[in-house]
Write a protein that binds this ligand. Structure first.
Ligand SMILES: [Zn+2]
Ligand SMILES: [Zn+2]
Length: 72
């Protein structure tokens, strides 16, 4: 499953940010989250570290790739 970066819409995303509800490539992650202190606190999940079968979020029960970080 390839997810495109929501910011540049060119590169494949390497991680997702729950706060932004966005998939980001490495470059955009740095650009977006270095912008200010608040953004730098966003928790992000590396896509490659996620299991192939995404567990459903305990809270929203969504089957999308977006995982709620409260899951952990
Ligand atoms: Zn990007
Ligand atoms: Zn973020």
């Amino acid at each position: 499953m390839k997810i495109q970066c929501d910011v540049c819409e060119k590169a494949p995303a390497t991680l997702i940010c729950c706060a932004d509800e966005a998939a980001l490539c490495a470059n955009c992650d740095v650009a977006v989250h270095a912008a200010n202190k608040l953004a730098s606190k966003h928790q992000r999940l590396l896509l490659e570290s996620l299991p192939n079968k995404f567990p459903r979020c305990d809270i929203c029960q969504a089957s999308s790739y977006m995982l709620c970080l409260d899951y952990t």
